[in-house]
Write a protein that binds this ligand. Structure first.
Ligand code: TRP
Ligand code: ZN
Length: 868
């Protein structure tokens, strides 16, 4: 089959030929052989005559009947892809099908599988077809009834979507639970869980006074780690009522934590299934970042109940309809919970590090992709994070009250429907009366626009003219781009930092001039405040102007941005120096501005840590014409050490003032203090002094929360100090039984810049806590090595590439979603020096020559494609 035969196109979309208003499923659970009995109530929707084609994959067909009459073998056929065709179906029918599946042999984490002995499902996007033949597409909505039958000794808890109808003991000793979900939904929102689980319960009273039972399930030994998730859920439910007027709609809301999961979590109706990493927390085992990630993922899945479930997607090209909107919703929720500016900085950092890179490479695609081979490959940072930025721009252009009116209209108009991104934009258009034709380009054109700004000051006329130009580089299949609507939130500042003008400029053409009268002096522009559009923006700032903005801009995001620009500029110079073998020296202007911020008593602790943090190696790579990871690392380490040397006493002083006596609390203030303290420790560790080693070792020993312990562990493990191996061993001994903590231990070692890391990683693959088939483990060790260890992954001899390519191949046989994602580590290959470029291409070609999954093949072939 050629690559093109597999391509599925939005342009080919046709409404479903059949409806399936109701489906009843009975599961007889057994790890080796589970029987699934389905009763599918089907009716023709297109008035046509064609056969009934059902999706299926890796299913064994045990029985098939129409309206209780067994079907003769010539009345149906199994397709090559694993589906089923019924040649001459009646207009309406009840199709009874029994399939046999083997959960214990299923390593894909899709369909029905086992995780630590717990039966669990993942159906989005196309996992349901591994359970039952069906119309596995999001525009077919059905009401589900499920009977779960299992041995109650091994599987006392039996769950599915909706409300519990009843539980009975069958004559043969098995237990049966019946669940009914009154809300029509597509197959991808279906879920079932069965196992020996513990639970934390709570209640929530909705805005209209209905009581909802809240239940969070986990393995028994983890039930003491569910409190934070429960609090997060209650906060999210409250926020969605207050902010969007959205109320929960079932009698219960269940969350289950499992160890084996391909993504973060899944919004199945009334029964969310989560990667345990985004549920379990106690101060001793989870870091501040874990606490925050849990709060936002819990919220994300909860918000999907409206933006995704009540109103769902017509087809998978519309994925960002639910994901972009829901990410925007969860980002704003998190910002409302505290540290708004810092949360924005973190979200923008993610976007610029990963999405900008994707958008500049061979896998670039619009927020609404026009085609795909494997939809699994389109759960991307573009669909999620850029999609959220596009919704954010809409909110900023319309203003919150109008945006909220548009959101209300969207939910009211489309409740119970499967719709398109266009329906969402139309609702916003209707609610605002604003023409969004040009705005729609954000959904269909890939690539990151580059905005070039320049200013001219006429002292005599007291006039400042700001010129803005936009250009979007070509992306695969899109050589030419039309201009976007780019909202540029900005201010003009005088030398005291006072605003002389402010507002949102709308750049809609290739070039525009904006004239400001009555300017008594040449102002300093503060542009793209709060990162008001997902673009790269350049302005010819002097170093003095950047230092001024870093200290004085009244937009916190832009203070950080000025610091990043200043540091990036200095680092790009140092990278050149490394390559030219010139001596490296600390830029005095940067050092002064940096020290100034370190001493700024008015600056909030977390903001200070963010402001002082050096740009990542990944971001610096993005800024380089040709990427030399070794030079980037050397330059950045030099600057880190030089700043630490220049400000050693101050760093120590700040470190000591941020100590907190009391018990751990994940409040924004306490998180900020720990962030700054551990930032100082990390800087000091660059100096390689025994006293700082002792400081870190002490923190490691006495730390009473994982945030402090892990920060100490990381800075010790990433430096060649004498305590390194004993500290790593102590941590391993202490946490050997905590799977999620061991992931941190694997990941810290995999990201070490010290020589010998690859051998270490190879050795760790034999560790008894490591299992390649567990996605968290594969990501912690191999994924971290490939994506967060530029020095070792890009070793000039190609050893890092060969290792990752071999692991990707091994993984592909187990789990194609995980392998395809990991292969993304090679997508940037054209941006490197000729030697690395050749070695990375060899790794991709090696994979292309193997027998690999459709998912992995799409990533590999698109990465290698000539036109990219
Ligand atoms: N819809 C999920 C979300 O909230 C994403 C997801 C969960 C997923 N499990 C998956 C995507 C498995 C692909 C495969 O974002
Ligand atoms: Zn989502």
């Amino acid at each position: 089959m050629s690559t093109d035969d597999r391509t599925i196109r939005l342009a080919d979309y046709r409404p479903p030929a059949w409806r399936m208003p109701r489906i009843e499923l009975t599961f007889e659970l057994d790890p080796e052989s589970t029987l699934v009995h389905g009763q599918l109530h089907l009716e023709r929707a297109d008035g046509g005559q064609g056969p009934l084609v059902l999706d299926g994959e890796a299913l064994e067909l045990v029985r098939i009947a129409i309206d209780d009459a067994p079907l003769s073998p010539d009345a149906y056929a199994l397709t090559e892809a694993g589906g089923l065709v019924i040649h001459q179906p009646p207009e309406r029918l009840t199709l009874s099908i029994t399939t046999r599946i083997r959960p214990s042999a299923n390593t894909s984490c899709m369909g029905l599988y086992l995780s630590n002995g717990i039966f669990t499902t993942q159906c989005e996007p196309e996992g349901f077809r591994r359970i039952m033949y069906s119309l596995d597409r999001p525009d077919v909505l059905s009401i589900y009834t499920t009977h779960v039958v299992a041995d109650p000794a091994r599987y006392p808890v039996l769950l599915s979507n909706g409300n519990l109808v009843g539980e009975t003991l069958l004559a043969d000793g098995r237990k049966q639970a019946t669940w009914h979900d009154p809300f029509p939904k597509p197959t991808y929102l279906y879920a079932l869980v069965a196992g020996d689980l513990g639970v934390l319960r709570d209640r929530f009273v909705t805005m209209s006074g209905r009581e909802v039972a809240l239940e969070i399930y986990a393995e028994h030994h983890n039930v003491d780690k569910l409190g934070h998730a429960m609090q997060s859920l209650i906060k999210a439910m409250t926020w969605d009522e207050e902010t969007y007027g959205r109320e929960y709609d079932l009698e219960r809301y269940m969350i289950v934590a499992v160890e084996d999961f391909n993504a973060g979590a899944m919004e199945n109706k009334g029964l969310n299934i989560f990667n345990a990493k985004y549920v379990l927390a106690r101060p001793e085992v989870a870091t501040d970042s874990d606490y925050e990630a849990i709060e936002s993922v819990i919220a994300h899945e909860y918000f999907h109940n409206w933006s995704g479930n009540r109103v769902t997607c017509r087809d998978w090209f519309q994925l960002s309809l639910k994901e972009g909107f829901t990410v925007f919703r969860d980002q704003e929720f998190s910002a409302d919970m505290g540290a708004r500016a810092c949360r924005r900085i973190e979200d923008v950092n993610v976007l610029r590090t990963w999405q900008f890179a994707e958008d500049a490479g061979p896998l670039a695609h619009p927020v609404q992709p026009p085609e795909y081979q494997a939809i699994d490959n389109f759960y991307t940072t573009t669909v999620y994070n850029k999609g959220a930025e596009v919704v954010r721009m809409l909110k900023n252009l319309l203003g919150w009250p109008t945006f909220r009116k548009g959101s209300d209209l969207y939910f009211a108009r489309h409740d119970g429907q499967a719709v398109t991104i266009e329906d969402f934009v139309k609702a916003m258009e209707d609610a605002s009366g604003r023409d969004l034709s040009q705005f729609r380009r954000w959904y269909v054109q890939a690539g990151t626009p580059r905005v070039t700004a320049s200013g001219a000051y006429d002292a005599e006329a007291q006039r400042y003219t700001l010129t803005l130009r936009q250009h979007t580089p070509p992306t695969p299949g899109q050589p030419e781009k039309a201009p976007f609507v780019i909202p540029i939130d900005m201010a003009l500042l005088d030398r005291e930092g006072k605003q002389l003008a402010e507002g949102v400029l709308e750049l809609t053409a290739a070039e525009q001039h904006f004239v400001f009268e009555g300017m008594p002096e040449r102002p300093v522009p503060s542009l793209l405040r709060g990162f008001s559009a997902p673009v790269r923006i350049d302005f010819p700032y002097t170093a003095e102007e950047l230092a001024f903005l870093m200290a004085r801009d009244d937009d916190d995001f832009n203070r950080w941005e000025a610091a990043q620009r200043l540091m990036t500029r200095v680092l790009l110079g140092l990278i050149d120096d490394v390559q030219a073998e010139r001596e490296l020296v600390l830029d005095p202007k940067l050092s002064t501005a940096w020290g100034h911020a370190l001493h700024d008593a008015k600056l909030d602790a977390r903001m200070k840590a963010d402001l002082l943090t050096l740009p990542s190696e990944a971001w610096l790579a993005d800024q380089c014409e040709v990427v030399d990871p070794h030079a980037i690392h050397t330059a950045r380490e030099f600057l880190r050490r030089a700043l630490a040397e220049a400000w050693e006493d101050s760093l120590l002083a700040v470190y000591h003032t941020q100590q907190e006596p009391g018990a751990y609390e994940p409040t924004p203030e306490a998180i900020g203090r720990r962030r700054l303290k551990n930032f100082c420790l990390n800087m000091l560790m660059a100096l390689d002094h025994d006293t700082h080693h002792a400081l870190a070792t002490h923190q490691f020993r006495v730390g009473h929360n994982m945030t402090d312990v892990l920060a100490a562990l990381q800075s010790i493990a990433h430096s060649a100090c004498a305590e390194r191996s004993s500290v790593l061993a102590a941590f391993e001994a202490r946490w050997a039984h905590e799977s999620l903590v061991m992931d941190k231990w694997f990941s810290i070692q995999a990201t070490s810049p010290l020589p010998g890391t690859l051998d270490e990683v190879k050795r760790l693959m034999g560790h008894r806590a490591f299992h390649l088939a567990n996605p968290n483990k594969a990501r912690a060790l191999i994924g971290s090595f490939a994506r967060a260890n530029p020095v070792a992954f890009h070793a000039p001899d190609g050893s890092g590439y060969r290792f990752v390519a071999e692991q990707v191949l091994k993984l592909d046989a187990l789990n194609a979603q995980v392998s395809a994602r990991m292969a993304g580590a090679f997508q940037q290959w054209r941006r490197f020096d000729p030697q690395r470029r050749g070695l990375m291409r060899d790794a991709l070609r090696f994979l292309a020559a193997q027998s690999i999954s459709v998912e992995l093949r799409e990533v590999v072939e698109k990465s290698l494609a000539e036109d990219a």
